[in-house]
Design a protein around this ligand. Structure first.
Ligand code: PFF
Length: 450
């Protein structure tokens, strides 16, 4: 294991991990959740969770990776012979998310190309999105392009692939996001959207908002999917983990907030301050925003830049998902990186196809009233992810002991928030994770509405 690849610098690691965290979750999911659950209130709850549970669990995962220098299955096994199954769950989640994440990544490429080639007026039509995702061939082709782009980076390895790509894409992502957010804020009427997004309205507090923020926090920080363990395994023993996690979180929350600034004020300006325009749910980015862009003078340019930055965000996240699985196959089966990468890319393409066709010719095929893509999202994010996170907390808190993790953290620096960390891992996080698990399963069966 001594010849395991390493990131060349702390910056490289932070940018790669932030690249994993910042993705469709920040730009596509966060704004519509914030819009649904009371704007500023949701933002506040979200930031609270990122700074508390998010911090604790990310510290655990990166420390496990750095300590064992192994991908998730081997890492848990190295800590305790009987517990490699937690690593299996984590790798399985990454393996199952990658295909449908790539389907959505493919949609983003399609939108980017459409804006680039001057076809933006068509995207403003109500039927554009539904017709496109329902067609049998095109979305699959774009999905393949997305997987191949991801493969091209993972193929080159940790330093020359992942780290290099993150060092280029992440700064560009920030600059483009700032540009679009400033443009959105300059629109007449945008200020009402800013107020909605920033000022918490406590009368809209609900248990659902809290649970949605918790779930979003896990997803957005790429937790409980083996990714942070894998990236941690490429980290040297000198870097201050606490500082790195803080920086990754600031990056993630910062881009989520910028996404709110890009989307919410623009939609407010477009709809004349009508909050209802924000209620498009997942369609906010693919249906409402193109209309907003179309109504503005610089629609092709701003829309094109917007979908390009979403593409960068999605790519760096997909890279981390693919890397987590590739690294697991390399470690477990002793295959070369290239061979493992091809296996993972091909399976991602094949498994993504039902997620794509489920929006069209296979739409009659439903399980628990969910199309295939929604079903995959449900199984991974609502069921396996919380189970994996819960097992991790129990394993660390009660089987091997929190000291194993804090000792690893203290190899490179002081651990300032150690006390809070212990309480979080042993008591608070497990309770909250059980709450997410129960609520998401109940909502899937229609017993409660989330
Ligand atoms: N964190 C990514 C996002 O916000 O889009 C999604 C994601 C990437 C989840 C990698 C899980 C993961 F392992």
């Amino acid at each position: 294991m001594n010849n395991r690849s390493e990131f060349s610098s702390k910056l490289g690691f932070v940018l790669a991990a932030a690249g994993s965290a910042v993705g469709l979750g920040n730009i596509w999911r966060f704004p519509y959740l914030a819009a649904r659950y009371g704007g500023g209130l949701f933002l506040l709850i979200y930031i609270f969770f990122v700074a508390t549970f998010g911090f604790a669990i990310m510290m655990v995962e990166i420390a496990i990776g750095r300590k064992t220098k192994l991908s998730p299955i081997g890492a848990y096994k190295a800590l305790h012979k009987k517990y490699s199954f937690i690593g299996i769950i984590a790798s399985l989640v990454a393996f199952l998310i990658l295909p449908y994440y790539s389907v959505i990544g493919g949609w983003v490429i399609k939108y980017f190309v459409t804006f680039l080639t001057g076809g933006q007026a068509a995207t403003a039509d109500d039927t554009f999105f539904t017709t496109f995702i329902a067609s049998p061939v095109q979305p699959v082709l774009w999905q393949i392009v997305f997987v191949l782009a991801t493969l091209a980076v993972v193929w080159r390895g940790v330093k020359d692939g992942i780290e290099k790509a993150s060092k280029i894409l992440m700064p560009m992502l920030i600059i483009l996001s700032l540009g679009v957010a400033l443009y959105s804020l300059s629109l007449p009427g945008a200020i009402e959207g800013v107020k909605y997004f920033l000022i918490p309205d406590f009368s809209r507090f609900s248990v659902q908002a809290v649970l949605a923020a918790l779930g979003q926090m896990f997803y957005s920080l790429s937790l409980a999917m083996g990714v942070m363990i894998t990236y941690g395994s490429y980290l040297n023993k000198e870097d201050d983990l606490e500082k790195s996690v803080k920086q990754i979180e600031i990056f993630d929350a910062g881009i989520a907030i910028l996404a709110g600034f890009m989307v919410i004020p623009a939609v407010f300006a477009f709809s004349g301050g009508n909050e209802a325009a924000l209620n498009a749910g997942p369609g906010l980015m693919f249906v409402t925003l193109p209309k907003v862009f179309d109504s503005m003078g610089m629609s092709a340019l701003v829309g094109g830049i917007f979908f390009l930055l979403v593409l960068f965000a999605a790519l760096t996240s997909a890279i981390s998902l693919m890397e987590a699985v590739v690294s697991t196959i390399c470690d477990q089966c002793k295959f070369s990186r290239k061979k493992s990468a091809i296996i993972v890319a091909v399976t991602a393409i094949v498994l993504g196809i039902p997620s794509s066709l489920g929006n069209g010719i296979w739409s009659h095929f439903k399980i628990m009233d969910m199309a295939f893509l929604d079903l995959m999202d449900f199984i991974t994010n609502a069921v396996l992810m919380p189970i994996g996170a819960l097992l991790t907390c129990i394993f660390i808190g009660y089987v091997i002991g929190v000291d194993v993790i804090s000792d690893e953290i203290k190899v490179s620096s002081k651990f300032k928030r150690e006390k809070a960390f212990r309480i979080m891992i042993k008591y608070i996080a497990p309770i909250c994770i059980v709450a997410i698990l129960i609520s998401s399963v109940l909502s899937a069966f229609g017993i409660i509405v989330l």
